[in-house]
Design a protein around this ligand. Structure first.
Ligand SMILES: [Zn+2]
Length: 166
């Protein structure tokens, strides 16, 4: 399998690989066959049929809809929004902004000072999976971190046809 073994692809799909590694891997995906395999593995792990275009995190995907739209979708089937919008604004958010709330996840004394840093946790409104955690200063805007150029990725990079709605 060359540079990325089946184990790596499995870890990737299991969500045990860090997101920065995923991005790095995606950008080195010049092997169309390997990418197709990866896409198939992802697709086989969800119960719905919308073709997955790209993963967007541990539980989220960008999928192709019949109407031509590309939506952010959770593995449980919940659809958030168009992929160009910030899905976090459509998620349930829990903000740890007090010592008490910090101490639920951090040991005492190791937790950040809530005056300087808060923890934002984003959850799927349907299945309650934790989708992302952000540690930011309290006034920091909600981060919109990744807006991939899907067409360029398929057409110019891996050079495989975009998956079509069946
Ligand atoms: Zn969900």
């Amino acid at each position: 399998m060359g540079k990325y073994s089946k184990q790596v692809i499995n870890e990737l799909v299991e969500g045990t690989l860090e997101w920065y590694q995923i991005k790095e891997m995606m950008s080195s995906y010049k092997d169309a066959e390997r990418f197709e395999l990866y896409r198939e593995v992802m697709q086989s792990r969800v119960d719905w049929d919308d073709p997955i275009l790209l993963p967007l995190g541990l539980h989220l995907y960008i999928v192709q809809k019949e109407n031509g739209k590309r939506m952010v979708k959770c593995d449980c089937g919940h659809e958030f929004c168009d992929y160009k919008e910030n899905w976090k604004l459509h998620a349930n958010v829990f903000v740890r902004d007090s010592e008490e709330k910090m101490n639920e996840v951090y040991p005492k004394l190791m937790s950040p000072d809530p005056e300087w840093q808060v923890i934002r946790e984003y959850y799927c409104p349907e299945c309650a999976s934790q989708l992302e955690v952000e540690a930011v200063t309290p006034w920091y805007p909600v981060i919109h971190d990744f807006e991939p150029d899907i067409d360029a990725f398929y057409n110019d990079w891996v050079k495989v046809p975009l998956p079509k709605v069946k």
